[in-house]
Structure formats: C-alpha cells, structure tokens
Design a protein around this ligand. Structure first.
Ligand code: ADP
Ligand code: MG
Length: 559
C-alpha cells in the first residue's frame, strides 16, 4: 500500500488548519455534521431530477457514536457518499470543495441549502483526532473505500466493505494533555450540547444513543440504565416556519430556550425576507433591563446563522447602539463567510440586513406605542435612555428615526407624553416647545422659571434624565417647533418684554443690584430685575446656550 502525499501547499495549509483557523476545537463537530447534511442534501437534489431515485425523508439521518473504550467518535451519515476519485480529490486536496462544485453544477436547481464551499471544514477533525478514517460508499456504486490519514504525513485509500450508501467518519481522539481535554468529546452530555449549540437546525435528524435511567421493574427505589436512540436537534427552525403556524407561546419558549433573557419579552418580531438578500429573523424586545445593560460589560448583538448553522454568537453589526436591547437571531443563506465560517468576508449583505432590521424594530415600537400604550411606557422606562443617547450620538444622525419614539414627563399629564402629543395640543399662540430640567419632577415643579409658562397655560416637558437636554439640543425642533428651556432669556411669550423693563428697573435700582452682585462675587455674572417671576422672589438663569442643568453635567464629566 503506497502512501500518497498531500500536495506541498496542502501540508502547510493543514498545519494552519489544525493550529490557527478555528477559535474553538469543538467546531470540528459542526463541520463534520455540516458535511453530512450536505451529503444528504445532494441525494435530495439528485432525486428531484432523477426519476429512478426517490427521497424518503425517514431513511436519511446523521448519527454520532462515541466509544470511550476505543477512544473513538464516529459520525455516520446516509448521504451521497464518495467514490474513490472523490475521496482522493475532495479529501486529498485541501481547499477543494466538492460541495461548491456540486452547487455550481446544479445552479439551476434549488441547491442553495448546501453549506460547504471552502473545502477546509473536514480537516478541523485533526484538531481533536490523531487518526481520521473515512469509509464511504457512493450512490450508484458497488464498492466502498477507506480513506485514512494521521495528518500532514499523507493519506491512504483502500477498498473496503460497507453495506449501505453513505459515509462514516471515525476519529481516533487525541490523548489528553495538560492544557487540553479531549475525553470530553466522548461524553454524551458534551456532544449533545455541542450539537444543540451549532447544529440544532440541521434539516436532518442527528441521532445519538443516550443512556437513561428508569425504575427497575418489580423493585422499589431501584433503577436501571437503558439505552435509547434520541434525536438531538430540533431540525425545523422556528424562524423558517410560517407565522400562522406559531403561537405566542412558541415564541416565548424560543426566547427562554435560547437564553435571550429570563423575562417575558414584550414583543416579538418575525421577519421573512425573500428579496435580493434572503434572510429570516426572530427578534425580541425584552421587558426587563439585563442587569449589566448600562455597564461596559454589556455586549449587544444578534445570533447569526448561515443556512441554519450558527456562525456567530453576538453579531454586533446587526444592531445599532440605540437598539442594543433587542435580542434574537438572523439566518441568511446569502452571507459571504470567511474560511473558518466564524466571520464574514464582506459586510454588504450584513449592512443590508441590519438596515432592514432597524426599520422593522422602529415600526414595531411605534405600533406598540400606538396600540399598547402601557406596555410601551414600561419599555420606555427600561430602555428610553438608550433611545435618547441614540438621538444625541453620531451628531444626531439617527434623530429622524428616533424622535417619534421619545417620551417625556409633562406638566399637563403627570405621565409620559410623546413629542407629537405635545405639539398637537399646543394652543395657536404658543411658539415653542417648553421644557424644564431638574433632578426630579418635584424639584422641577418648584422651579420659579416654570411659573410664567405654566400661567400662560402652556405645557412643559420635564427633563429628569441627564441625557434629555443634550438629546433635545440635537433635535433642535420637532414638527417645526423649536425647543425652549423655561430658563432661557427670551421665552417668546407676548408679555415677555421684560428685557426692556428690567433695563429701566435696573437703572432705577442700579445701586442695589450692584451691591448684591458684589456680595455674591464670582457666583453670578449679573443681577437683574425680572418680570418672569410670580410668587418667587428670585430665580437663577443663564444667558448662553448652555442651561444650568447642562452646566452641572458638563462640569461633572471627566476631562
Ligand atoms: P466544504 O464542506 O466546505 O466543501 P470540507 O473540507 O468540509 O469542505 O469537505 C470537502 C469535501 O469533501 C466536500 O465538499 C464534500 O465534497 C466532501 N465530503 C466531506 N464530507 C463528506 C461526507 N460526509 N459525505 C460526502 N462527501 C463529503
Ligand atoms: Mg464542510
């Protein structure tokens, strides 16, 4: 038996594969299962055009079989198998993808579910195994072949026996080292959890013999082990199902199964897009703030799947910061992945999806605001601050998208109101949207500056959040109405010719004001008479762009 050599480039590539392409060793199982799934897909596509072939879904599956005594892990599939030539070309040449070739040949047919394309995934097996054996019998062939390799040294191919069409991969697991534990890949629970994590939505059943325990017959309190074949994966992803088949409960279950949160989401958004970029997404607006939400540790992002296979746990590019509270997943078959399938090669499709998702989130939030006011207020109490930061950041680039979602406390309603509500009930003679800033509603209500505006019967927005005034400055106006702080010089109120009056008064009592100013020293810039005051003897005001509340915040910021 002659040992064939990998091509020179392949040797180096193989070394790279084993040592540096993947961030986690457990990925090997994702890759092998993906290959098995592709192999079954290929029979399925063949059956679509070949009348001699029928595809009976029941007889196609993938099975994972650990054996601790032998230290082997077998991945068995009933897929299309490989001929001697195919073993040679697909497994003997790194970066040669039989699946990509198949997709190209069958372009006219619906072959886009096939996962493989780079021709490297298989070699991930060498991250955990010393010896990899592949026994395969191709569809339509009478003979089977065995491919075997210990890594960079090369491989052998010999004829062998195999009853049925398909492929069996046998991994002889590496011995544990000080840093690495390979035994764990022979443990039932570990294998189950890797399958669940990466391959839960593979379309074909992934089976495993699982040990259970049951009460022994005829005994009390005695148990016996039994072995039962189980299907580990959920197969049909909920996001590929029809919305009409799914209940509220289905969505809530998915939310908790996926550990998106411990709360009940206030809203789910199910998107199926079949346009230029195809994708499915299920998104949730949580009810409660995650404990670390407003901390540096919080990581935004959605799960990203390609063809039902998990690629990224938290893809942050899918969510703008102002919607960072959204949880959920996106699955697309149109992503251009990099070779490890852990990252994207280019983000054109991703940008497109992200933009779509953002629009959808906004319109869903608006619909909650319109139709389920209480729920929206609850949501806003949790995440409103993030929306306001969104208005403020990026120099107001998102203000149009976000302004309709904002709410503030108001002098009229003693509850949260939207800007639209405020503007739509403004009396005709009111020029501005008035606001007052302070630590709390109670303190703002006591502000002398609010009196004149309130006396006119105008509504005042109460800004109690540090970010409020900054965000509003970014908006500048809403529906052509400018925002105006109640403490600004010109309030635009008819009787508000106090500037002139105070000048005369100032002249009359000049000495008194001079004296007060001297007593206060640096603390004030000027002391003047004001007509704005009603029941209060005095108020503080600023004459520039920056209000007192903003000054407080700015001076508290680290330089
Ligand atoms: P990719 O899946 O990206 O094509 P891999 O390195 O994972 O690359 O696999 C290389 C090729 O080997 C596949 O394209 C496929 O043609 C073939 N192959 C691998 N595993 C199997 C399998 N279980 N059944 C049939 N063919 C397989
Ligand atoms: Mg592959």
């Amino acid at each position: 038996m002659t040992k064939k050599q990998f091509q020179a480039e392949s040797k180096r590539l193989l070394d790279m594969m084993i040592h540096s392409i993947y961030s986690q060793k457990e990925i090997f199982l994702r890759e092998l299962i993906s290959n098995s799934s592709d192999a079954i897909d290929k029979i399925y596509y063949k059956a679509l055009t070949d009348e001699q072939l029928s595809f009976d879904k029941e007889s196609y599956y993938i099975k994972v079989v650990p054996n601790k005594e032998e230290r082997t892990l077998r991945i068995i599939d009933t897929g299309i198998g490989m001929t001697e030539e195919e073993l040679e070309s697909n497994l003997g040449t790194i970066a040669k993808s039989g699946s990509l070739a198949f997709k190209k040949e069958n372009e006219s047919k619906d072959g886009h579910d096939i996962i493989g394309q780079f021709g490297v995934g298989f070699y991930a097996a060498f991250m955990v195994a010393d010896v990899v054996t592949v026994i395969s019998k191709a569809l339509g062939s009478d003979v089977a072949y065995k491919w075997e390799s210990e890594g960079a040294d090369g491989y052998t191919i010999v004829p062998t026996e195999k009853d049925s069409v398909g492929t069996e991969i046998i991994l002889k697991m590496k011995e544990n080292t000080e840093d690495e534990n390979y035994d764990e890949y022979l443990e039932e629970y570990r294998l189950k959890s890797i399958i669940k994590k990466y391959s839960d939505f593979i379309r074909y059943p992934i089976k495993m013999d699982v040990t259970g325990s049951r009460p022994k017959e005829g005994t009390e309190n005695e148990f016996e082990d039994f072995i039962e074949e189980q299907i580990i994966n959920s197969m049909v992803p909920i996001w590929k199902k029809n919305k009409s088949e799914l209940t509220q409960e289905d969505y809530e279950n998915f939310y908790s199964e996926k550990h998106y949160g411990f709360d009940k989401p206030i809203k789910h958004i199910h998107i199926n897009v079949d346009g230029a970029v195809r994708y499915n997404a299920i998104l949730y607006i949580p009810e409660k703030i995650p404990f670390d939400y407003y901390s540096k540790e919080f990581e935004k992002g959605l799960e990203l799947y390609s063809n039902g296979v998990l690629i990224m746990d938290k893809c942050s590019d899918l969510l703008p910061d102002h919607f960072s509270f959204v949880k959920g997943m996106v699955d697309s078959e149109d992503l251009s992945l990099n070779i490890s399938r852990e990252m994207l090669q280019q983000d054109r499709q991703l940008k497109f999806i992200a933009k779509n998702i953002s629009k959808k989130i906004k319109s869903e939030l608006l619909s909650v605001l319109k139709n389920e006011r209480e729920k929206y207020e609850e949501f806003f109490n949790s995440f409103g601050r993030q929306l306001k930061y969104g208005v403020y950041s990026d120099f107001g680039a998102n203000k149009d998208a976000l302004q309709d979602l904002l709410m503030f406390h108001s002098s009229k309603e003693k509850k949260l109101v939207t800007l639209d509500e405020y503007v739509s009930r403004m009396p005709e003679d009111q020029k501005y949207i008035y606001y007052a800033s302070g630590e709390s509603i109670e303190r703002i209500e006591k502000l002398p500056q609010t009196e004149l505006v309130a006396d006119k019967g105008y509504e005042i927005l109460y800004f109690t959040d540090e970010i409020d005034e900054f965000a509003i400055r970014m908006l500048m106006n809403f529906k052509e109405k400018e925002f105006k702080s109640v403490s600004s010089g010109d309030l635009g109120i008819d009787s508000d010719d106090h500037q002139k009056d105070s000048d005369t008064e100032l002249n009359e009592n000049k000495e008194l004001y001079e004296h007060m100013k001297n007593l206060l020293g640096d603390k004030v810039k000027d002391v003047r008479a004001s007509k704005r005051l009603k029941s209060h003897p005095v108020c503080l005001s600023t004459d520039g762009e920056v209000t007192i509340e903003m000054e407080k915040i700015l001076s508290a910021m680290p330089n």
